[in-house]
Design a protein around this ligand. Structure first.
Ligand SMILES: [Zn+2]
Ligand SMILES: [Zn+2]
Length: 114
C-alpha cells in the first residue's frame, strides 16, 4: 500500500493514518478507550480502533464491512496525532474495557436498528 499524506492542522504535512472516530475523540477528552489495530507488519501506523469498535466487530462476525465500518466512523489523522492517540489509549486504563468487563457495552442505538 502506498502511504498517503495528510495536512494536519496541528502538525502540518504528515503520513496519513486511519483510526476510528472514538479514538479521534480520545485525543480531545484524553479518555482511554482501548487500542486495537490491524495486522499490518511493517506498518508503524496500522489502522486502529477502540474497545467499543472491537466489541462491535466481534458481535458482528469479526469482519470489517459496511456496517462495522459505519460504527467505527473511520477518520484520517496524521501520524503524530496517531502517536498521541496510541499513547493515551495504551497507557491509561480503558473506560471501554472497564464497561465491557462489566458485561454492559454502552450502546448508542438502544435496540434501534437503522
Ligand atoms: Zn471506536
Ligand atoms: Zn496531527
Amino acid at each position: 500500500m502506498v502511504s498517503e499524506t495528510v495536512h494536519c492542522e496541528r502538525h502540518g504535512k504528515r503520513r496519513a493514518t486511519f483510526v476510528c472516530s472514538h479514538l479521534v475523540g480520545s485525543l480531545r477528552t484524553q479518555q482511554a478507550l482501548g487500542y486495537y489495530h490491524a495486522e499490518d507488519p511493517g506498518n508503524p501506523y496500522p489502522h486502529a480502533w477502540c474497545g467499543l469498535c472491537d466489541r462491535y466487530l466481534f458481535d458482528h462476525g469479526g469482519e470489517w464491512n459496511d456496517e462495522t465500518e459505519a460504527f467505527a466512523g473511520v477518520k484520517v489523522l496524521c501520524s503524530e496525532c496517531y502517536d498521541e492517540i496510541r499513547k493515551i489509549n495504551l497507557n491509561k486504563p480503558s473506560l471501554a474495557d472497564a464497561l465491557l468487563n462489566m458485561g454492559k457495552p454502552p450502546k448508542n442505538a438502544r435496540g434501534k436498528r437503522t
